[in-house]
Design a protein around this ligand. Structure first.
Ligand SMILES: C[S@@+](CC[C@H](N)C(=O)[O-])C[C@H]1O[C@@H](n2cnc3c(N)ncnc32)[C@H](O)[C@@H]1O
Length: 234
C-alpha cells in the first residue's frame, strides 16, 4: 500500500509526463489539475505531487485523508484534500484535465459506479483523461462473501469486511465507460500460491509475461485480476 500501482505509473509515463532525471520530467500534454477520486491514504497523490502536478484528492474516509495529509507534510509536498463522495463531486464542470480512480468503482454498487463515472465525466475538460481500475470477474475472489446482486458481493471477513465488491466482465466495464473513448486497456493478472496469503509476496504475471513463460508447472493457484482502463472524454 506504500507504492504507487505500476499500472498507474505506466499510464502517467505513457500519457502525462515521463521521468527523465532525478527531478526532471518530460511533459506529454499540458495538465493543469489531476483529481484522485477515492484517493485513500494518498499513495498516488504523493507520486503525482512529487512530479509537480497540481493534485487534488477526494475520499469519504477522514482517517485515510489524515494519513495522506501527514504523508504529504513529511515529504514537503502539497495537494488539496477533500472529504466527499465520488458520486456527488463538489467541483465545477470541466475542472480537471485528468481523473484517476484506483480500486474505488468496484467497491460501489453498479448504479452508484455509473453515477460516479458520470460525475467524473462532468468535472473533466473536453479531451480530459480518465484512468480507472476495476476488479475483473476472472479474479479468484469472485464469489467471496454474500452475493447481493449480479457479480456483486458483500465481503464478510478481512480488512475489507462490510465493503461491496463488484467484479466486472468486459461487457460491463465497457458499458460503464460507454460515454468515453477508451484508448488503453489492460487486464493485469497477479498470480501467487495460496500459501502466501493476501498482502504478502506474489509473483506477478502481466498478459505479456504470461505469453512467454509456462506457469502451469508452478503452484500459483490464486489470481488477482484487474482491468486498467485509460479513456478520453470526447
Ligand atoms: C481500495 S481503497 C483504494 C484507495 C486508493 N485509491 C489507492 O489506490 O490506494 C478504496 C477507497 O475508496 C474510498 N471510497 C469508497 N467509496 C467511496 C465514495 N462513495 N466516495 C468517496 N470515497 C470512496 C474508500 O474510503 C477508500 O479509501
Amino acid at each position: 500500500m506504500w507504492y504507487p500501482d505500476e499500472g498507474l505509473v505506466r499510464f502517467v509515463a505513457r500519457y502525462l509526463s515521463r521521468r527523465i532525471g532525478v527531478d526532471s520530467y518530460e511533459k506529454k500534454r499540458s495538465t493543469q489539475r489531476i483529481l484522485d477520486a477515492g484517493c485513500g491514504h494518498g499513495r498516488h497523490i504523493v507520486f503525482l505531487a512529487e512530479q509537480h502536478f497540481n493534485v487534488y484528492g477526494i475520499d469519504q474516509s477522514t482517517h485515510a485523508l489524515g494519513m495522506a495529509s501527514s504523508w504529504l507534510a513529511k515529504r514537503g509536498l502539497k495537494a488539496s484534500l477533500n472529504v466527499g463522495d465520488v458520486t456527488r463531486l463538489p467541483f465545477r464542470d470541466g475542472t480537471f484535465d485528468v481523473v484517476i480512480s484506483y480500486g474505488v468503482m468496484d467497491h460501489l454498487k453498479p448504479d452508484q459506479a455509473s453515477d460516479a463515472i458520470e460525475e467524473i465525466r462532468r468535472i473533466l475538460t473536453d479531451g480530459g483523461y480518465l484512468y480507472v481500475t476495476l476488479r475483473s470477474a476472472e479474479d479468484c475472489e469472485y464469489g467471496r462473501g454474500k452475493r447481493v446482486a449480479r457479480n456483486t458481493f458483500t465481503l464478510q471477513t478481512g480488512y475489507e469486511k462490510g465493503l461491496v465488491q463488484h467484479f466486472y466482465n468486459w461487457e460491463e466495464a465497457s458499458e460503464l465507460l460507454r460515454r468515453f473513448k477508451l484508448f488503453d486497456v489492460e487486464c493485469h493478472d497477479e498470480r501467487f500460491p495460496s500459501s502466501f496469503g493476501i498482502d504478502k509476496a506474489y509473483q506477478q504475471s502481466s498478459k505479456g509475461v504470461k505469453g512467454r513463460i509456462d506457469l502451469s508447472s508452478l503452484d500459483l493457484d490464486m489470481k488477482y485480476s484487474r482491468w486498467h482502463i485509460a479513456a478520453e472524454k470526447e
